[in-house]
Structures are given as structure tokens and as C-alpha cells.
Design a protein around this ligand. Structure first.
Ligand code: IDE
Length: 448
């Protein structure tokens, strides 16, 4: 008798995307440019000089894409709002056609019995705000609060679950410390300031929601559990630094009002003293936490690896994805039980989980075989179930991603979708993983 995988009655099964990765038409109908529009059109920043001018053409094909979600039996859909489509300069003027796009999308999702979850910021900051310093300007907390209020007032009620930010760690580490992501800065002094202002903006948005919203608001973070390469004092300390830097840097301020002490050790003179008023602003009670999980990290001390002094150790016994991430489903169970134990078992949605494996550019006779992704999803959904059995309050799962899309500076070279996109013709073809996931959803997990 195979194990029965029973999920909570109200467990929500969905898929996730993000605006700049799927929409295309970044400047259509009065939209303003984002920093990703700029970054993608800066020579040398994007693999193969790819950009989001077309992407999955979701801005025009959104109705068919909702039909695809319906066909797959999706119960939820997590998408992001392009701030500069709604407010072209990021503040002040609202672009009615930008708002209309999201209103039509949400209404059509609801008509098809699909619960919308909106992320207000998924990396595509309005370029006009970046010109004013962007995340380095403390005023951005108020700018984000103003944008949040526009969205909350227009769509709250139809959208009953909001995420303020997607992965402040990636925005900071990629956009301000190492420079691989927009806006492409590489500055040890800027990174803590950007990170802190991201959290301040999150706190401001939650305050605004408490004033005008009636449902749920939360924060989406990426968590990558860290395991020491050895029990040497150096590797144990390195693991602690890595764990503080990625996994505690955002949830500790939100839940405890304090940063991990390791951050001063990591950034040294570049780590400011933060005003208590800021920490009070950040520490707004939340209705849920979104956890994005992809892989784990085995950490060793590496004196040469600035500024963390940590390097990953490749694990030869496991499969790796096209993005170089180890397939390690136990890490998802460990992550979820760690969140439960450290932060008091908050309501959690797994807001992203998925993998890029090689898929052909074109479907073959209407089919895309992706056994590795089927296996990845099966293993990770079983890992979720294991966490639920351990008492974690996990209330939903969104596979990343519904569609093959623009993988940021890696362009279209990495395919995460359960639905294949032929970027020459925009033809969508559900992969075997889509059929598998649809069967899991239809059986509420029993087909795992
Ligand atoms: O890379 C896959 C997805 C990406 O397409 C999403 O927009 C983003 O939310 C996302 N976050 C992660 C996890 N964290 C991460 C770690 C290092 C670099 C980039 C992302 C993976 N992904």
C-alpha cells in the first residue's frame, strides 16, 4: 500500500510568475520604464542580449494564459504588478491603462475560480525612482507606501492575499553587492542601506494595508538552508554567517525587530547603526510568510570570498539543475521546520519552488517530456507533506513557474516552466510536469 499524502482541506495549489519575466510590452499604454527595462537594454548585462520587450507576451495573451491555468486546475495564481506600469514615474501620476490591465486579469482569474495573489514588487523598480536613488533613498519607503495604497484601494477584496516584496535578499545581493542584477551596483556600503530601505518600505506598505485593507498581507523571502562542509570551527562559523546573511537577515527584523549580529561581522564598517524607529517600522505583524525554496548550500570557510568568506561545496552525490542548484528536497522540509521553530509556526505559503532542466526550444508533436522536473516536483511536494506532518502551518504551494520565461540576466536560456513556451511563435505546450502537477492538484496530493 503506497503512502497516503493527505494535505489540509484548504491547502491551495497554484503557480507563480513575475511581471518583467512574462508580460512583454514594458512601455505599452503609458507604462514607464523599470530598471530591468534599462538593465536589459544595457549591452553586456544580459546573456545573448535577451530582454523583456516581448517575453511571453502575457500582456496581450493573458486571457489565454488564464485559460491554461483553468485547464490545469490551478486554484491559485501568484503574479507581480509592474510598479511603473501603474505609476510611470513611480510616484504621483497613476496610469489608468496600467491599472486596468491588472484589474481585468484579477477579474478573469476570479471568474475562473482562481485565487489571485499579488506581489507588489518583484525587482522591477521604476527607473524614475532609481534616478532619485532608488532603494538607497530613504524616501522610497513613502514612495512604496503611496504605490501600495493605490493597489490596495483598487483591488483589495478581489485580491485577498498580498505580498509586499519578493526576496529582498536577491535584490540586495544581486543588485547592490555583486551587481549581477539590476541596478547592477557592486558596493559593500550600499548593500546594507538598500536592504534596510527594502524592509522599511515593506513595513510602510503593511501599515498602509492595515489602514485600508481587509484581508492578508505578507512578505516573500528566499530561504536556502546552510549545512557545514565539516565540523571544523571555521566551517561552522562560515555556515553561521551564510545562514544569518541569507536566511535570518529579513525574517529576524520582521519577527524580532533586530538584525542578526553576524551582519556587523560580515559588513564591518559598512554596517550602520540603525534607528530604533526603523526597526519598529519593519516589525509589523504579518498574516503570512511566503517562502521561496529551490536548493540548499553546503558551506565552507573561504577567506578569499568577499565579503562573506564562505564558498559552496558541490555535492557529487546529487543531481544539479541547469542553474547549478543541487536537487535536495530534504532542505525544503528542514527550511519549513526551521521557520516553524524559530518564528513560532507562522502561516506559510511556499510561494516558489521549481527547477530549470534542459527543455528543447520547440515541442515535439505537441509534447515536452521533462522527467527530471516531474521527479523534482514529486520529491519536493513530498517534502512539504513531511513538514506538514511535523506540524508546520503550510497553507499552499505555488510552482515556479507557470510558463518558461525570462530568467533575468540569464535571459531565455533557463526554462523553469511547467508549460513550454516556443518564443518564436509564443505557442504554449503543457509539459509532462504540467500534467503531473495537474493530477496532484486534482487528487489534492494523493497522486504524489
Ligand atoms: O531563478 C528562478 C526564480 C526567478 O525566476 C524568480 O523571479 C525569483 O523570485 C527567484 N528566486 C529564486 C531563489 N533565489 C535566488 C538565489 C540566487 C540568485 C537568484 C535567485 C529563484 N527564482
Amino acid at each position: 500500500m503506497s503512502k497516503q499524502y493527505r494535505f489540509p482541506e484548504n491547502f491551495l495549489w497554484g503557480s507563480a510568475t513575475a511581471a518583467y519575466q512574462i508580460e512583454g510590452s514594458p512601455l505599452a499604454d503609458g507604462a514607464g520604464p523599470s530598471i530591468w527595462q534599462r538593465f536589459a537594454h544595457t549591452p553586456g548585462r544580459m546573456l545573448n542580449d535577451d530582454n523583456g520587450d516581448v517575453a511571453c507576451d502575457h500582456y496581450n495573451r493573458w486571457r489565454d494564459d488564464v485559460g491554461l491555468m483553468k485547464q490545469l486546475g490551478m486554484q491559485g495564481y501568484r503574479f507581480s504588478v509592474s510598479w511603473s506600469r501603474v505609476m510611470p514615474e513611480g510616484r504621483g501620476r497613476v496610469n489608468p491603462k496600467g491599472l486596468d490591465f491588472y484589474e481585468r486579469l484579477v477579474d478573469t482569474l476570479l471568474e475562473n475560480g482562481i485565487q489571485p495573489t499579488a506581489t507588489l514588487f518583484h525587482w522591477d523598480l521604476p527607473a524614475a525612482l532609481d534616478d532619485r536613488g532608488g532603494w538607497l533613498n530613504p524616501d522610497i519607503a513613502d514612495w512604496f507606501g503611496e504605490y501600495s495604497e493605490v493597489m490596495y484601494k483598487r483591488l483589495d477584496g478581489r485580491i485577498k492575499r498580498w505580498a509586499t516584496l519578493n526576496e529582498p535578499w536577491v535584490v540586495t545581493d544581486g543588485g547592490y553587492l555583486h551587481g549581477a542584477l539590476a541596478p547592477g551596483h557592486r558596493n559593500r556600503f550600499e548593500a546594507p542601506i538598500a536592504s534596510h530601505n527594502l524592509l522599511r518600505a515593506h513595513g510602510k506598505s503593511v501599515q498602509v494595508y492595515r489602514a485600508v485593507g481587509k484581508h492578508e498581507v505578507g512578505l516573500v523571502v528566499n530561504i536556502e538552508p546552510k549545512y557545514p562542509a565539516s565540523q571544523s570551527p571555521e566551517d561552522l562559523a562560515a555556515t553561521r554567517r551564510a545562514e544569518a546573511y541569507m536566511n535570518r537577515q529579513y525574517l529576524d527584523p520582521v519577527f524580532f525587530g533586530t538584525y542578526p549580529e553576524e551582519l556587523r561581522e560580515i559588513f564591518g564598517e559598512a554596517w550602520p547603526e540603525w534607528p530604533q524607529a526603523d526597526m519598529d517600522l519593519i516589525r509589523q505583524p504579518l498574516d503570512f510568510i511566503g517562502v521561496n525554496y529551490y536548493t540548499r548550500n553546503v558551506a565552507r570557510h573561504d577567506e578569499a570570498n568577499w565579503p562573506l568568506k564562505v564558498s559552496p561545496v558541490r555535492q557529487t552525490q546529487h543531481t544539479y539543475t541547469e542553474t547549478g542548484w543541487e536537487v535536495f528536497p530534504q532542505g525544503l522540509t528542514d527550511t519549513l521546520t526551521w521557520v516553524k521553530e524559530r518564528y513560532g509556526n507562522p502561516k506559510v505559503f511556499i510561494t516558489e519552488n521549481g527547477a530549470a532542466f534542459f527543455d528543447p526550444p520547440k515541442a515535439e508533436r505537441g509534447r515536452v517530456r521533462d522527467p527530471l522536473r516531474v521527479s523534482y516536483l514529486r520529491q519536493h511536494l513530498r517534502a512539504v507533506h513531511k513538514a506538514i506532518e511535523a506540524g508546520c502551518d503550510i497553507q499552499g504551494y505555488y510552482v515556479w513557474s507557470l510558463l518558461d520565461n525570462l530568467e533575468w540576466s540569464l535571459g531565455y536560456s533557463k526554462r523553469f516552466g511547467i508549460v513550454h513556451v516556443d518564443f518564436e511563435t509564443q505557442t504554449r505546450t503543457p509539459k509532462d510536469s504540467a500534467r503531473y502537477y495537474a493530477s496532484v492538484v486534482a487528487s489534492h496530493g494523493e497522486a504524489l
